[in-house]
Design a binder for this molecule. Structure first.
Ligand code: ADP
Ligand code: MG
Length: 364
């Protein structure tokens, strides 16, 4: 099911009684979530991800704008009539019910002509349990399950009615690191198998990058970029997006364009044809550095970290906005750690220039 947001806005009244400043949690969202894809809503805490999800589910009413599921305007439809499945960060299982009963719950609430026979309900519950691989745990109670298992039950419960749209709000946040990795792969597999349009909310860029078909990167209620994870990483629209994606993070420098050349301090690092003179921000991805004694960019060498396949060269430079600049090179390269400075050539595809005022990308 395709989900279309049309000029969707949600404002909240200010919480501070003395100085009530309205919060625009979702500011004029206008995009389409394609059918059958796993789409990530990615951004820092407080940027409006949950609000967006709550608008799509119907738990919140928009201040203005519309939501369509396919051709149907669902803006005024209550959540129970939208055909959605919801999973939250805290699994929110009924503690006194078994796994089976928890998964059956949404089916038992069906009324009128939607009502199912006991046998059909049991079959559907078992099918959902199989999908998330918890069919052996059906008679346990939530307290007898690990966090990862509880989250699987919550996903099974959301899937049991075969929703048109599955909405996951930071579903992995309560899991430890290993389970987080495993469960995100599970979500990817389940989505591949069911082909249910899935919207996955996270503040963790690595999580979103690793499993999403499409990412919507947002900040402070505003969508900044929509695209395939790799495309956004390779071609960020602005400084915020460039900084938000990638571990280790992009290295950002104050730079300057003079007569079509880009400088960081005294180092002329590349041509910038057609870019007007003035201050800019320059971002260099950690993998964009190539060791070369006569290279264009010189850093003060702090230390070298060997990490098996790769070597991280940590350095500093006056113009750097990061305390440490991190260059990642293959471990085949030898770094003379006795030297004070280290020089690099740069892969131009890994260097991005941004306007100093607007922080928008300058392309050349
Ligand atoms: P996220 O899920 O990305 O962390 P939220 O969607 O929860 O962000 O919140 C977005 C913004 O809206 C925040 O500034 C938050 O404080 C505000 N907000 C969310 N819900 C309410 C509410 N019920 N009343 C007032 N402000 C709210
Ligand atoms: Mg949230």
């Amino acid at each position: 099911m395709e989900v279309v947001l049309k000029n969707l806005t949600k404002k909240f009244p200010g919480r501070d009684k003395k100085n009530p400043v309205e919060v625009i949690a979702v500011n004029n969202f206008d995009f389409t979530i394609p059918d059958g894809k796993l789409v990530g809503l990615l951004g820092p805490s407080g940027c409006g991800k949950s609000t967006t999800l709550n608008l799509i589910s119907g738990l919140e009413k928009p201040t203005s704008g519309q939501i369509f599921f396919g051709d149907d305007d669902v803006t005024k439809l209550p959540p129970e009539n939208r055909g959605i499945g919801l999973v939250f960060q805290n699994y929110a299982l009924y503690p006194h019910l078994t796994v089976r009963q928890n998964i059956l719950f949404p089916l038992e609430n069906l009324k009128g002509k939607e009502k199912l026979s006991k046998q059909v309900m049991e079959e559907k519950a078992l099918e959902a349990a199989r999908l998330v691989q918890i069919e052996e745990l059906m008679e346990r109670r939530p307290s007898e399950l690990s966090g990862g298992q509880q989250q699987r039950v919550a996903i099974a419960r959301a899937l049991v009615k075969m929703p048109k749209v599955l909405l996951l709000d930071e579903p992995l946040s309560n899991l430890d690191a290993r389970l987080r990795l495993q469960t995100r792969e599970e979500i990817r597999r389940i989505q591949n198998e069911t082909k249910i349009t899935t919207i996955f909310v996270t503040h963790d860029q690595e999580e979103a990058m690793s499993i999403c078909d499409l990412m919507i990167v947002m900040k402070a209620g505003v969508v900044h970029q929509i695209g395939k994870p790799q495309d956004i990483y390779d071609d960020p629209k602005n400084l915020f997006v460039a900084k938000f994606l990638g571990t280790p993070a992009i290295n950002v420098f104050e730079g300057e364009v003079k007569s079509g050349k880009l400088y960081i301090g005294d180092d002329c690092i590349m041509d910038a044809p057609g870019v007007k003179d003035g201050k800019v921000y320059t971002g260099i991805r950690p993998e964009g550095f190539k060791l070369n004694e006569t290279g264009c960019l010189k850093l003060k060498l702090s230390r070298v970290e060997v990490m098996g396949r790769d070597v991280s060269i940590i350095g500093t430079k006056e113009e750097s906005l990061n305390d440490n600049i991190r260059a990642i090179i293959s471990s085949d390269n030898l770094v003379d750690t006795r030297k004070d400075t280290v020089a690099f050539d740069l892969n131009p595809k890994k260097v991005f220039v941004f306007d100093y005022e607007t922080e928008e990308r300058i392309r050349f």
